[in-house]
Unconditional design. Structure first.
Length: 264
């Protein structure tokens, strides 16, 4: 009897997996027909990889651009870090007022939640395109685009982290005579500080990646430099830009992991 039940369960799972695969295949087929995909290009992937290996690998000629690349990479790093850290300060303030267990007003909590959701659901590219009309192509436009996205994301992340502290603990502290500010600054924040720092480090990593893309639109930073080299057919220099970005992202991730291990 148990064997028959297990066989039926296995058959049902296999049928579901088959159905999902068929559905995904149909979705791709419909999209390829509507957008006129060149599906035959899959057969020549190796040709594209060979071309990349020949042209995008940095060579002796592209090394001459390393100073410009390092400078623009540093500017991109500063924009990403500054926008995230400033956003973290605002997000912490909003999160304290918006979290269910620390909110002073329930209506204000809902307003802050909606505001944060609106900010984070607009991608950084969308923010950059919106802000370009007012602030033109400069570093400040990139800063604002990353700031608004980081503010929305960190506000929701901080709110959920603070809510994990538990209303029961807050009520117990208030029963001992602690006021609102004492509960927040001497109990809640010290308890969740490690998690908040982890979220900030995570957002800095994302902001560095997004800053590269934002730079293509704002005409600044490492993104603009990659676009310049690529359009001027300096593929080796463009490849050096990509290599520099990868090194920076990996280095930031290693530093973030080290900091998280130290504060835990």
């Amino acid at each position: 009897m148990e064997m028959k039940v297990s066989n039926k369960t296995f058959a049902a799972k296999r049928l579901k997996i088959t159905g999902i695969i068929v559905l995904l295949a149909l979705i791709y087929l419909v999209c390829s027909l509507i957008l006129n995909f060149q599906t035959s290009s899959f057969l020549s992937v190796q040709t594209g990889l060979i071309w990349l290996a020949k042209n995008f690998i940095p060579n002796s000629q592209s090394i001459q651009y390393w100073q410009d690349i390092a400078y623009q990479l540093f500017r991109t790093f500063l924009v990403a870090v500054s926008s995230t850290t400033v956003a973290a300060g605002g997000a912490l303030f909003l999160a304290i007022l918006g979290a269910k267990n620390t909110a002073l007003n329930r209506n204000a909590s809902w307003i802050i939640r909606g505001f944060a959701s609106l900010l984070r659901n607009i991608p950084c590219v969308g923010w950059a395109m919106i802000l370009l009309f007012s602030f033109k192509q400069n570093d400040f436009t990139g800063f604002l685009a990353l700031f608004f996205l980081s503010l929305g994301f960190l506000t929701r992340a901080f709110m959920e982290t603070i809510e994990d502290f538990g209303s029961e603990k807050i009520q117990a502290l208030q029963a001992t005579g602690a006021n609102y500010l004492q509960v927040v600054f001497q109990a809640v924040l010290p308890e969740v500080a490690t998690a908040l720092i982890s979220w900030i480090l995570y957002m800095i990593e994302n902001s560095i990646r997004d800053a590269t893309l934002v730079g293509l639109l704002t005409g600044t930073g490492i993104g603009f430099l990659f676009d310049l080299y690529f359009k001027s057919l300096r593929y080796g220099a463009a490849g050096l830009v990509v290599t520099a970005i990868i090194i920076l992202v990996v280095a930031i991730e290693l530093v973030s992991n080290y900091i998280e291990r130290c504060i835990q």
